[in-house]
Design a protein around this ligand. Structure first.
Ligand code: NDP
Length: 309
């Protein structure tokens, strides 16, 4: 199938790009990918997306964006891009259904996925105590006890954010030290209600209907190994994110973590007509509203590019 503009991904960046491109008469096609609606759909309520004074259900927000994109003529297909060939225009993309697409312009909005430990209990309590976004879900843990897994800058940031809401925050850190920058470490140390549990790993979670605690192990495999249960209401993962960019390699430039590198603060990838928007190109902010804004920018750039052909 040949199309002028192909948008890969269906989070706030992808849908916003489709709304703008649709209104510009570009008839975009969206390949929505494995997680229609993107990362927001794994959270519950969104309270910081402007325009919703009472907050909005995350799935409803994404459904509304989807409908808005369709209203302006976007065609949305439930397929996932697995391989690309951007060596020449039209750019070619293959999906998990073995279909081939070609397009003069492509907006990559495939997002990023939070990394999880891989425990079965993370799936079991997803949305009922397990989260990978303190800014999204921290509010639900006011005056409660929470744990943050990880010892990097993200974990420190999440712990500090949660410390302003929760009664007590535990950082579960597998090494005997934090990997985070000095300044973040100092801030964590200065925060009275954060306790760092070094050399500690999580074995599982427990609770009736929601998280009530974690099974932890201190110095696993050592002579002084100690297993114990920590009572918590929320379990936050902050062990890094993985941008979903691998299917666009080697055509676009990525940093050492895999985030697509764009020119300045534009969505241009350096490959004419190929733009990146949202979390796949954003190691810093990772917010729905920022992703939506970058989707708009990408669509405006795509329109300019297509007109120039
Ligand atoms: P990092 O990779 O820096 O840190 C990940 C942390 O999670 C490490 O402590 C790591 O432990 C731990 N971890 C990883 N896998 C596991 C596991 N399976 N079990 C237990 N712990 C695990 O990721 P971040 O997301 O924190 O940061 C990514 C980049 O973004 C960094 O360059 C960071 O500096 C930057 N950043 C900067 C910010 C700022 O400047 N304000 C804010 C946020 C991020 P270990 O140390 O043992 O590997």
């Amino acid at each position: 199938m040949n199309t002028q503009l192909l948008i890969v991904g269906s989070g706030p960046a992808g849908y916003t790009a489709a709304i703008y491109a649709g209104r510009a008469g570009l008839h975009p096609t969206i390949l929505e990918g494995l997680q229609p609606g993107g990362q927001l759909t794994i959270t519950t309520e969104v309270e910081n997306f402007p325009g919703f004074p009472q907050g909005v259900d995350a799935n409803e927000l994404m459904f509304n964006m989807r409908q808005q994109a369709e209203r302006f003529g976007a065609e949305i297909l439930s397929e996932t891009v697995v391989r690309t060939d951007f060596s020449q225009r039209p750019y070619r993309l293959w999906t998990d259904t073995d279909r081939e697409y070609s397009a003069d312009s492509v907006i990559i909005a495939t997002g990023a996925s939070a990394k999880y430990l891989g425990l079965a209990d993370e799936q079991k309590y997803m949305g009922s105590g397990v989260s990978a976004c303190a800014t999204c879900d921290g509010f639900f843990y006011r005056k409660k006890r929470v744990a943050v897994v990880g010892g990097g800058d993200t974990a420190c940031e999440e712990a500090l954010y949660l410390a302003g809401l929760a009664d007590r925050v535990f950082m579960i850190v597998r090494k005997p030290f934090l990997r985070a920058s000095q300044i973040m470490q100092q801030r964590v140390e200065a925060q009275a209600n954060i306790e760092v549990l070094f050399e500690t790993n999580t074995l599982g979670l427990f609770g009736e209907g929601g998280v009530e605690g974690a099974h932890l192990v201190f110095r696993k495999g050592e002579a002084d190994e100690k297993r114990y249960d920590l009572s918590i209401d929320g379990f936050f993962l902050a062990i890094g994110h993985k941008p979903n960019s691998e299917m666009f390699l080697p055509w676009v430039k990525v940093d050492e973590t895999g985030y697509i590198q764009t020119e300045g603060d534009s969505p241009r990838t350096g490959l004419p007509g190929v733009f990146a928007a949202g979390d796949v190109a954003d190691p810093h902010y990772r917010q729905a509203v920022v992703a939506a804004g970058s989707g708009a920018k990408a669509a405006i750039e795509a329109e300019k590019y297509l007109k120039s052909l």
